[in-house]
Design a protein around this ligand. Structure first.
Ligand code: FE2
Length: 428
């Protein structure tokens, strides 16, 4: 059955409202032409999501852990039990206990303090480079620091590579019957996506972050590669929508914006550098990996204005709102207590938030390190990452703060191991 083609915009459209009207009508028309209605297709996705919400709410009510938890040693030995793997496939998020030795994580935390203090970071700090995260007084919570020895040691470590590989393997990176000869990414090679550090001190008050999605905005509906990636949502075969299918996700363009992530990440993640209790302003997710399909279909229903994608717009984090997405908010569940050295991971399409905290007990310190496997998109970004690494600059996905350019004790090229060189595209 030939369905009508969709209009697409490979760069941000000049007339955003006009493009939204046009693409929505075309997506609705394409679903109609498949012999199903938008309401019917959305209802399929809604049932799938509501079944998960119910399970999550019941799990919480029984006092059980919603987040799947595995030990690093089970990942390293290939002994993660099938039930946990299955739960990870549904929930799309994971705690890795003992990813690093606690002493190692605490030593990295101390090294970071030493690194920034020696370089008089607090004296020269100019305030937040973007308004995405706030700061406490004159001291930042988010350090725009990318090239400390501690961060690079963690990024190129054997233990990090092993966990990233395990996470990448949850995805389908090739579909020989549908796309012969195409491998959308290499699960065994990471691109060392450089990100920042958060160090939130004892006694801190933080408003947290509302429910949102990272990275993409209107491009999700408007570029040809994303229209192909989410083809099952828009061609009447919604039952086949698979949030773990990497097809067409790793090569297409993204609309530029202050919140963009140029890389493809299978999972976003961080490694704990301090112990953190579950009620001290920690990460939450709506742990339903298929909910992304719900989010992409919701704007096509008739109660949303023709030129509105449920509030999604460029230069703005993808919002998740009571008005449009209420059932997902019921599923929001926080991480359990974590120790320094544990790591926390969530699927790149997953709704997440950070809880507020008043008078925080203990520190809240993390290094953001995602899983960003080698693929055309990440290879392209790696060339700018190499440049930033060699000059101590802020990577191009982040505000141009460049604190480390003059710092002499940065991690040096000669300190790279083979994983590090491959991640930066300096070795095959
Ligand atoms: Fe986020």
């Amino acid at each position: 059955m030939a369905l009508p083609d969709l209009p697409n915009w490979e760069t941000t459209p000049d007339d955003i409202a006009g493009a939204i009207r046009q693409v929505k009508a075309a997506l609705q028309g394409r679903i109609d032409a498949s012999g199903r209605t938008v309401e019917e297709v959305f209802a399929v996705m809604e049932r799938r999501v509501l079944a998960e919400v119910e399970d999550i709410v019941a799990t919480r009510a029984r006092g059980e852990e919603v987040w799947p938890v595995v030990r690093y040693t089970d990942i390293a030995n290939g002994t993660v039990d099938p039930a946990t793997l299955q739960l990870l496939q549904r929930r799309g998020c994971l705690i890795v206990r003992g990813h690093f030795e606690r002493d190692q994580a605490l030593a990295w935390d101390a090294d970071i303090v030493d690194y920034v203090e020696r370089n008089r970071f607090f004296e020269t700090y100019r305030g937040p480079g973007d308004d995405f995260f706030g700061s406490v007084g004159s001291k930042p919570e988010i350090y725009p620091i990318y090239w400390s020895p501690a961060q690079m040691q963690a990024r190129q470590s054997e233990r990090m590579a092993r966990v990233q590989q395990f996470l990448n393997q949850r995805w389908t990176n090739e579909k020989p019957s549908e796309q012969p000869g195409v491998r959308w990414f290499d699960p065994d090679r990471d691109s060392l996506y450089p990100d920042r550090i958060r160090r939130r001190p004892e006694g801190a008050n933080s408003a947290g972050l509302g429910a949102h999605l990272d990275a993409c905005t209107l491009d999700l509906w408007m570029t040809q590669s994303y229209q192909r990636a989410f083809r099952h949502l828009f061609d009447g075969t919604v039952e086949q929508y698979d949030p773990w299918d990497a097809s067409y996700r790793t090569d297409g363009p993204q609309y530029a914006g202050t919140t963009m992530c140029a890389a493809f990440r299978t999972f976003q993640g961080w490694t704990a550098l301090s112990d953190m209790a579950h009620d001290q302003g920690v990460l939450h997710t709506a742990p339903i990996v298929a909910a992304f399909g719900y989010l992409l279909l919701r704007p096509l229903l008739s109660d949303v204005a023709d030129d509105d994608m449920c509030g999604v717009n460029i230069n703005k984090v993808f919002p998740v709102k009571e008005q449009w997405h209420a059932p997902l908010l019921d599923a929001i569940s926080g991480i359990p207590d974590v120790q320094a050295g544990d790591s926390v991971w969530w699927h790149c399409d997953m709704v997440h938030s950070v809880a507020p905290v008043t008078n925080q007990q203990g520190w809240g310190n993390v290094m953001y390190i995602p899983a960003a496997p080698w693929c055309p998109r990440n290879e392209a970004y790696a060339s700018s990452v190499r440049e930033a690494f060699l000059t101590g600059s802020s990577p191009t996905d982040f505000p141009e703060e460049h604190y480390e350019q003059t710092w002499t004790n940065r991690f040096q090229p000669e300190d790279l191991n083979r994983t590090g060189r491959r991640g930066l595209g300096l070795a095959d």
